[in-house]
Design a protein around this ligand. Sequence first.
Ligand code: BMA
Length: 340
Amino acid sequence: MSKVKMFTENLPNIPWQDKPEGYVGPVWRYTENPIVKRNPVPGVARIFNSAVVPFGDGFVGVFRAEKTDGIPMLRLGHSKDAIHWEFDKDEIKLYNKAGELWMPKYAYDPRVVKVEDTYYIIWCTDFYGAALGLAETKDFVHFTRLENPFIPFNRNGVLFPKKKDGKFLLLSRPSDSGHTPFGDIFLSESPDLEYWGHHRHVMTRGYNQWWQSVKIGGGPAPIETSEGWLLIYHGVTGTCDGYVYSMGAAILDKDNPAIVKHRTRSFILTPEEDYEERGFVPNVVFPCAALTDAESGKIAIYYGCADTYVGLAFTTVDELVDYILANDANTGDDDKDGIM
Ligand code: BMA
């Protein structure tokens, strides 16, 4: 039993390895990483930055599949153990509410979040510029595409798994049309997933932490715990040879997640392994999903590696929360409710 409670489901078949003896740091990698390698299916060069959820007696994944024509699209995968995957031969077909095919021109960095009895997929889509796309499914067979939540430019959309006062909550990062050299995390609310408002600023890039000095963006869906909402996110810094993407963690107020209670001064994972440092885009670890087992406190994190592979890493809720509290950074005015 963990000290900090996760208000999530039990998942006794969560993929897992114990922390290696003598390992320093709150998050450790799966020894057989990467779990998805290059050219995983005919016509697909790389799969990375992808989402995994428990479904039926196994797991389902919505993967960012970069086709050999260079266009990223969403691809479904099935797995019994959440490590070995069978991918569909074709991309996911999205339909509008009238039943007509409504495909994005491209789709990347999907997150999948279950709210009540529905799974929502949120990704970066083309809407006269990079914007958020949204779709829902109950069975991972039929997918209904919903209205794009925001006008461009915005990326890194992450829904909360629970409504607040009947409203959906969405974290996102307003951006620009290119390789955005700035970006904070904001929170928006919607009663129906179509009309969004009550926007609040949540978290600022930078401060004195160089690893997240350029921009930050949501990762997996926030995890509800007895300490507040546990948010695993990515932080980006700029070097003379390009961006470096690391993983960080924060705790948001349980009643008002626009308020940051704690955030890590240091990254919790940064590119160190060959498969994170070398690839289509070097030096990227990009978390997009987490599986949790409430009973044991185990957390399995899925992250993209170097825009080329899918990696798996582990932590526990106690380990991560203890680390955040022991390495708490100055949150600036992020402890305010984010309106001005
Ligand atoms: C971001 C997104 C991510 C990607 C990262 C590094 O802007 O496009 O999908 O992993 O850049 O290339």
